[in-house]
Design a protein. Structure first.
Length: 202
C-alpha cells in the first residue's frame, strides 16, 4: 500500500512540475525555438510575416483620413489634373492661403502612388489604407532578411519592428513615412547583401 502511494506521489510530482518547467525562462526559449528563436526557412517566415502584418493593419482600413493625410491627398488630386506640376496650387493650411510647395516639404512619390491607386480603385479611406499596407509588409520582411544570419532570432527582430507602437500608428496613415522606411530598409538590405556577396567572392 505504501509503495502504491509513493508511486502516485511521484507521478503527481512529475505532472505538477512539468507546467512550471515549461513556462520557466529556459522552457519558453526551448518551446518557442521553432519560430521565435530560430529560422524555420525564409519562405515560410516571409509568408507568415506578410499575413500577420496584413492581419494587424487591415482592421484599420476604414479609418478616416487624418493629420497630414489631407496634404498628400490634395497633391495626389492635383497630379490627376497636372501630373508634371504637383505643387502648383494654393492651400489654406495655417489660416491663410499659401503655395502648396511652401506647406508640403515632402517629395511627391507618395502622392503619385495615391493618384495611381485612385485611378484604379477610387479615393476611399479603405482603398487608400489597404494600398499602403504593402509598404509595412516590406518594412517587416526587410527587417527579417537583414537580421537573418546576423542574429539567432531574426523572427524576433521582425516582430519587434512590427509591434513598435510608432510603426503601427504610422502604418495606418497614407503619408510617406512607412513608404520611406520601407525603401530605407530594403536599400540597407541590398547594400549589406552586396557586401556579403563581395566578401564571399560571388
Amino acid at each position: 500500500m505504501s509503495k502504491t502511494r509513493g508511486s502516485s506521489k511521484q507521478k503527481m510530482s512529475r505532472i505538477s512540475k512539468s507546467p512550471t518547467k515549461m513556462f520557466s525562462e529556459k522552457g519558453l526559449l526551448r518551446y518557442s525555438s521553432g519560430w521565435l528563436f530560430s529560422d524555420p526557412g525564409p519562405r515560410t517566415v516571409l509568408l507568415a510575416l506578410t499575413v500577420l502584418t496584413f492581419a494587424m493593419l487591415a482592421p484599420y482600413a476604414n479609418k478616416a483620413f487624418h493629420m497630414d493625410d489631407t496634404l498628400f491627398l490634395k497633391v495626389a488630386s492635383q497630379i490627376t489634373s497636372n501630373p508634371v506640376d504637383p505643387y502648383r496650387f494654393k492651400v489654406n493650411w495655417y489660416g491663410t492661403e499659401m503655395d502648396m510647395f511652401d506647406v508640403n516639404k515632402n517629395p511627391p512619390l507618395a502622392s503619385y502612388y495615391q493618384a495611381l491607386v485612385a485611378a484604379v480603385v477610387g479615393w476611399s479611406e479603405t482603398a487608400m489604407h489597404l494600398a499602403f499596407i504593402p509598404f509595412a509588409v516590406l518594412v517587416v520582411t526587410g527587417t527579417y532578411l537583414i537580421a537573418r544570419g546576423r542574429t539567432p532570432a531574426p523572427v524576433m527582430a521582425a516582430l519587434a519592428a512590427l509591434l513598435a507602437p510608432t510603426f503601427l500608428v504610422s502604418s495606418t496613415n497614407v503619408m510617406c513615412d512607412t513608404m520611406m522606411l520601407a525603401m530605407f530598409v530594403w536599400a540597407s538590405f541590398f547594400w549589406v547583401d552586396g557586401i556579403d556577396r563581395n566578401s564571399r567572392g560571388r
